[in-house]
Design a protein. Structure first.
Length: 285
């Protein structure tokens, strides 16, 4: 009986041994090594310096805006007409400027009162009277008649404060007056319904007042500080003009401040990125 030939198993190649991989160590063990502690201290120091430089640039911006605003409010008075015309809107850089105007007070029937105005812990009213401005040089009497009281229109003047709207002292004086005051803008509060409530308003707003007078008015108020002839002793008490908005001078410094803060954040991000890459890289033994 034939015997089947036997086959010997093929020799197998010897197994190659891979280099053992060391177990990953904890992130804290990586951070607490002298090398990474030193890099952490360096990154924190650099980020702190950059943050301080950003704050310094922001302080420079605030100093510039305060100086520019103070320069505007301390400037010598100029005529109202030299800043803007009655047909133009109020320029933001005119708010807070001291001005001089000359004219005649309008009739008491055109006078307005702004309610809820405290003074010395007492609630009261601001007295707002239109000042009919003198005609500008070169205007004719025909132009003056066509525009109502004056060819130069009128400006609303905050003459002062009274405790009640029925005060006899609130009545505007007669005759020509030259006054100095500070330009202020309309208040932001919505008073669109005030025009239907008579002459006691809740907000100082030109868009409301234009519906209550029959002549053109400037898009601004003047808070009176002095007048010639001087007001009588029982006249409305002079009030301080609202603080003007700050000038946005030095905006480049704001950009520099954010730039420094971005650099500070980037420094810390780079440290964490390098630390993570090092920690996740396996080490061989």
């Amino acid at each position: 009986m034939p015997v089947a030939p036997t086959t010997e198993p093929e020799p197998t190649a010897p197994a190659t041994s891979a280099a053992p991989v060391a177990p990953a160590r904890s992130l804290w063990r990586t951070i607490l090594t002298p090398r990474w502690l030193g890099l952490l201290a360096l990154a924190l120091a650099i980020a702190a310096v950059m943050s301080v430089l950003g704050v310094w640039q922001l302080d420079v911006y605030h100093s510039k805006t305060a100086a520019k605003t103070a320069e505007r409010t301390a400037a010598a008075p100029v005529s109202l007409q030299s800043l803007f015309s009655i047909d133009a809107g109020l320029p933001s850089k005119a708010v807070g400027r001291r001005i001089t105007v000359t004219g005649t007070w309008a009739a008491a029937s055109d006078q307005l009162y702004i309610s809820h105005r405290p003074r010395n812990n007492q609630n009261g009213f601001w007295v707002v009277t239109p000042l009919l401005l003198d005609p500008t040089p070169g205007s004719s009497s025909t132009e003056a008649a066509s525009s109502g009281a004056t060819s130069s229109g009128a400006v609303m003047v905050v003459r002062g404060w009274v405790p009640t709207a029925s005060e006899a002292a609130a009545k505007p004086p007669s005759g020509r007056v030259e006054l100095t005051g500070t330009i202020t803008a309309s208040e932001a509060q919505d008073a669109s319904g005030d025009a239907t409530k008579g002459r006691i308003l809740q907000s100082l707003r030109i868009p409301t007042i234009v519906h209550l007078v029959n002549y053109r008015v400037y898009d601004a108020f003047v808070v009176m500080s002095s007048a010639t002839p001087a007001p009588t002793a029982d006249a409305p008490a002079i009030v301080l003009a609202p603080s003007p908005p700050t000038d946005h001078a030095g905006l480049r410094n704001v950009a520099y401040a954010f730039q420094w803060w971005v650099f500070a954040a980037f420094t810390l991000w780079m440290y964490t990125r390098m630390l993570r890459d090092t920690h996740q890289t396996p080490t061989t033994t």
